[in-house]
Design a protein around this ligand. Structure first.
Ligand SMILES: [Cu+2]
Length: 356
């Protein structure tokens, strides 16, 4: 969908093979033709307990190669850049890797670790501040996230008032979906309704009086399935396994290794201490907070309990993912994922709730 937006933050990661390192060692700095010489930064990865990234903010200029020398000082980490589709670089203790980044747009880019190195792992985030003028003019003014525009309280409880008695089937729903009012099939309806909320709207339609409650759940499952694709769900499954399962659990039950034995999070009972909060209001990186401070992690909600996710709208879930929890341990993901990836992840989360 928002391809042009991804293009804006596209960067070249010229991974440096052995030969390239050799060239660096002999000659003066390698520059790319027509570009000013590279800036060099040595970046050490360490567990947050050991201080996190050795440099949390790096300055760079548009079009000017940023040459990173990367290593780990303790366990295996990985270096990745948010919202880019470049493969992460694994960093083993004592090994050095070189990478040259060229940014074609100014902005704040988040670099982060993708290897689970402890319960504070996700705090291994830093910022690359890129200044200079964009090569292409387009600089779409970032729209406020939907949950802010709707004024949603994303920390409030959202228990579904209605849940299906049996697992709904999008396939069954598809068979009579043409009877659904067009206004309720739109993307806006999807984004702003919980499945249970949409079910209630359908139940209120007199034209659907002849349909059973189960039929209407099939219709809701169908409308949800319409908003994603098998390919998007497959990508989201991988993103979930790599970034979420450690807390939310492989099967979404909120029983990941990082939260073993911890009490379950109760919505509305947030530990309101601003200094523990990791909330970056609009998804901008709060990099100086990312490696410091403690937090009270709790076990996340059980996504397979239909009362949880069937009572939440995509806008609500997106809000929590963009902002993160307020001292609950739920990281913020705005600077890490592209809008397309966020969208796919949200659709994927609902698949946990449909199964029961
Ligand atoms: Cu790490």
């Amino acid at each position: 969908m928002k391809r042009e937006w991804i293009a804006r933050i596209f960067l070249f990661l010229l991974l440096v093979a052995a030969g390239f390192i050799g060239a660096l060692a002999v000659g003066p700095r390698l520059g790319l033709p027509g570009l000013t010489p590279a800036v060099d930064v040595e970046l050490h990865a360490r567990m947050p307990e050991n201080g996190g990234w050795s440099v949390s903010e790096i300055q760079a200029r548009v079009g000017q190669p940023l040459h990173l020398r990367l290593t780990s000082d303790d366990v295996m980490h990985s270096f990745a850049i948010g919202q880019s589709d470049q493969a992460p670089i694994d960093l083993l203790p004592g090994e050095w890797h070189d990478a040259t980044l060229v940014f074609d747009k100014p902005g704040r880019y988040t670099f982060y670790c993708t290897r689970w190195c402890g319960s504070n792992h996700w705090r291994m985030r830093g910022t690359i501040v890129v200044t200079g003028s964009a090569s292409a003019a387009a600089n779409p003014t970032a729209e406020k996230p939907l949950y802010l525009r709707l004024g949603l309280d994303i920390d409030a409880a959202h228990t579904a008032q209605q849940t299906p008695r049996q697992a709904p089937s999008a396939e069954r729903g598809a068979q009579w979906a043409e009877r659904l009012p067009a206004s309720l099939r739109s993307r806006d309806t999807y984004l702003t309704h919980s499945p249970a909320g949409l079910w209630l709207r359908l139940r209120a339609e007199s034209s659907l009086n002849d349909r059973s409650d189960a039929d209407l759940w099939d219709a809701v499952a169908y409308l949800w399935a319409q908003q994603t694709t098998p390919a998007a769900l497959a990508e989201a499954k991988d993103l979930y396994a790599a970034n979420c399962a450690a807390c939310h659990g492989e099967t979404g039950q909120g029983d990941g290794v990082m939260v073993e034995g911890l009490p379950r999070y109760e919505p509305g009972s947030r530990h309101a201490s601003p200094s523990l909060g990791n909330g970056a209001m609009d998804g901008a990186a709060a990099s100086d907070e990312s490696t410091t401070g403690d937090m009270r992690l709790s076990a996340p909600p059980d996504f397979t309990d239909p009362r949880n996710l069937l009572g939440a709208s995509p806008a609500q879930l997106e809000g929590k993912m963009l902002r993160g929890g307020m001292g609950t341990g739920m990281p913020y993901w705005g600077p890490i994922f592209t809008p397309t990836q966020m969208d796919a992840l949200i659709a994927y989360l609902y698949t946990f709730a449909w199964k029961k």
